[in-house]
Design a protein around this ligand. Structure first.
Ligand code: NAD
Length: 439
């Protein structure tokens, strides 16, 4: 596959609707789906998808994998509490991939591990659910698409809002013109993240396998403060708030507007709220112009909470010629008319009665159950975040980072996703620890 073609394919913005549920006999031994969840510490993201999988009929979490021994112990007990069966504990995902009794891997690991874990899993004959963004740099998107095509495995990225019943319903109405012709979407994320300090080199803690944590990254001494979580703000291991959070709501806006790849990308920002090890911007604005004459912006305020951070701390506001629609992060939508008055509201429960679970577990559950359905049916096309769409969704955010790192506005070929600016292409790929590159 050459670079010019890797993003070609079906439009990212297809209307997903709800995939058919394969409920009958889900619990029959032949239909049971056996998963390993990797990246499972008590306060991390992995805890939620792990719990949703463990409580799902016909699904067994047979193994939990982590490079932190405390996390392995905690997760094994947690799964046992949920479903009554204690899973195996694994340190090294490569050993898990040798097992014949595992159908799928759920990767809840740091960003530099996403693409390598996904390609290793698919090449070992496993289906894979990998967190967003599925790529650390654009070249990894080329690899993932190629590997998925070759292996035919199910691929799902963890942008769970693609499984929102409320959003899918509203987007159908948006496509039918409920707010006229869509021109613009404003998306945002805000938080009150604290300064992370300066981490000195230190001996590796006894609970951590630092070599496996680094995985494909060139080896470096262990430093205090990176593990867990704050690697997000480090150039080498994370990709900042754009890929952490724009990837959710820019994705919703592209989905609602039926847009694919931008033709112009500009992102500016900086580390304005601290003097510490944080390298990516904490305050930033990403602007995306599309060849259709439409625009999406994303404002990322990592350390400036603003008003009501627990309410609409993130979201997308989609503007049409007759009104606008808010996609609220708590899984509901509000429509405003031509003079800005709220006139209609959609809740997830409007679309799926009888489900009174909290909004957040619900999204995770639906996205995971969609992955499991696709595994049972051996049909990658059932996944709501299949590989090409997921690579594109990740790529749009990565382009923002290419703009930040190069300091340039990018003129992007909307078919291939490749920017014309040579200085930005320096960040198309990344360096790997020898032996960890994709063969
Ligand atoms: N979809 C969402 O809404 C959502 C929300 C939060 C985070 N995330 C994503 O989830 C991922 C994890 O985020 P986090 O905040 O939990 O990070 P974290 O650093 O807090 O936790 C990562 C976990 O992965 C483990 N780990 C690292 N390397 C591993 C390996 N090789 N094998 C097994 N385990 C390994 C770590 O020990 C740790 O337990 C990130 O990619 C993040 O972007 C998604």
């Amino acid at each position: 596959m050459n670079r010019r073609n890797f993003l070609r394919g079906t439009a990212a913005a297809s209307l997903i609707g709800i995939s058919p549920k394969i409920l009958w006999g889900a619990d029959a031994p032949s239909n049971r789906v056996r998963l390993c969840v990797a990246g499972v510490h008590e306060n991390g993201r992995g805890k939620a998808p792990m719990a949703r999988a463990a409580e799902m009929p016909g699904v067994e979490v047979v193994c939990v994998c982590d490079v932190d021994s405390r996390a392995r112990d905690w997760a094994a007990k947690e799964v046992e509490k949920i479903c009554g069966k204690t899973p195996d504990k694994a340190l090294d995902i490569r050993k898990v991939l040798e097992r014949k009794d595992i159908d799928g891997i759920v990767g809840e690991v740091p960003d530099h591990w996403h693409a390598p874990m996904a390609w290793m899993a698919m090449e070992a004959g496993k289906d894979v659910y990998i967190e967003k963004p599925c790529t650390f740099c654009p070249s990894e998107g080329e690899i993932l698409i190629k590997v998925q095509k070759k292996t035919g495995r199910v691929f799902q990225m963890g942008n769970q809002r693609r499984s929102s019943v409320a959003y899918a319903r509203v987007i159908k109405e948006v496509r039918n013109g409920i707010i006229g012709e869509i021109k613009y979407a404003r998306t945002w994320y805000r938080n009150n993240r604290k300064p992370i300090g300066r981490g000195a080199e230190a001996p590796v803690p006894e609970w951590l396998n630092w070599d496996l944590w680094q995985g494909s990254c060139p080896r470096a001494p262990y430093r205090i403060g990176l593990v867990h979580y704050n690697w997000h703000w480090n150039f080498k291991y994370g990709m900042g708030e754009i890929t952490n959070n724009a990837v959710h709501y820019v994705d919703v806006a592209r989905w609602a507007m039926g847009l694919d790849m931008p033709c112009k990308v500009s992102a500016i920002g900086g580390r304005y709220c601290g003097d510490d090890d944080w390298q990516w911007p904490d305050t930033q604005m990403l602007s995306l112009e599309f060849p259709e004459g439409k625009m999406i912006t994303w404002e990322g305020l990592s350390c400036l909470p603003g008003e009501k951070p627990r309410d609409a701390y993130a979201g997308a506001m989609v503007y049409g010629t007759k009104g606008s629609i808010l996609f609220h992060p708590r899984d509901f939508c509000v429509m405003y008319d031509g003079v800005g008055d709220a006139v209609r509201m959609w809740k997830a429960d409007d679309a799926k009665a009888g489900n009174n679970v909290e909004w957040k577990p619900k999204l995770d559950y639906w996205h995971m159950s969609n992955f499991v359905d696709a595994i049972r049916a051996h049909d990658p096309s059932l996944a709501r975040s299949p590989v090409v769409d997921s690579v594109r969704s990740s790529h749009v955010s990565l382009l923002g980072n290419l703009s930040i790192r190069s300091g340039m506005t990018l003129n992007v070929d909307p078919v291939t996703g490749v920017p014309k600016e040579k200085a930005a292409m320096e960040f198309w790929g990344r360096e790997y620890e020898p032996g960890w590159e994709h063969a």
